[in-house]
Design a protein around this ligand. Sequence first.
Ligand code: PLP
Length: 388
Amino acid sequence: MIELSKRIKRLPPYLFAELENTINSLKARGVDLISFGVGDPDLPPPRAYLEKLSEEAANPKNHNYSFSRGEEDFRIAVSEWYKFRFGVDLDPENEVVALIGSKEGLANIARAFIDDGDRVLVPDPAYPVYRNGATLLSDGQPVDIPLLKEMGFKPDLNAMSGKKAKMLYLNYPNNPTGAVTDLEFLKELIERAKEENIIVCYDNAYSEIAFDGYTAPSIMQVDEAKEVAVEFHSCSKTLSVTGDRIGFAVGNKQLIKGLVEVKSQIDSGPPVYLQKAAAWALRNYSSQEILGQLKKNVLEYQRRRDRLAEGLAKMGLKCFKPKATFYLWVECGGSSMEYAARLLEAGVVATPGVGFGKHGEGYLRFALTIPLNRIEEALSRVQEAIHQ
Ligand SMILES: *Cc1c(COP(=O)(O)O)cnc(C)c1O
């Protein structure tokens, strides 16, 4: 008899099993589905990055082990990008670590600081890694902090006090709600975290997917952030390269050191050729070759956002029009699972909000990773599903 560990058994049941079965059987029958389900960009990475990557991958020297903290040159490029993009100074030696995608880092940092039963504040709704991969797989105790519409999907900092938590995860621009934040809020957050001695893990994966002139801040722009915080970043969404597995974390030295300690027992750093290509893209970030393509992508997400939001609103489905990220968080009311099942019957896949936490109930998440002509088609299908 093979037993799973208690740790694995504590993970919540997979809510979407039934929905996924239906999706798979529809696909197998050749039904044409329009999927807004997965947050994986369909828009291309900058051509120049791909060329650089091929060149680096063709060099045999770039196929040896990297270090768990990453190549020095990559860490320097990250610190240069932080200076350029956020005006933040980082020590590439002690305040930067390369990640095999930010998901790994978000999960692994908990292993370095969370003991059995330690409390971890986790937003609800949220990217599931904070609760599951990070907290539960480190034997920690997740404590939900609701993100409510009335509060602009930001946590109530007063309600966070006195929770005796060791760590906090937070993510803006936010997946799944599309909410954004400002430096004022982050300042207050850092102040509270310092008072209560809470480690802040700030996930900034969507900082570069921003609309309407909004510019996402870095938590490292707060003067005292380095005392308690780390920020996680990724090339996944910025460069449209989710499969390339290259990200980074920056911030407090001890936190970075703890993360590196865990990683050095588990992995060996991202492939050298990836680090070299990503370092090149970060150094040439403001060039036409990189930023030109990124801006084109962002404008396309913005057009899709506008069209989908407008179309859904006409059918009475209210949504929070995001200033950043490529998600629409749509109020469907009632059971999001049932609503998603109804849309699926009409050939449209959206993610039930309850999958991101109980406060996600009553919402659906639409990823804007579908071209405009398919969005038009999806809108008429939704219309049909609603009026049946
Ligand atoms: C996509 C995403 C990431 C990035 O994951 P990678 O492992 O870097 O690909 C991180 N946080 C959130 C909230 C995301 O949606």
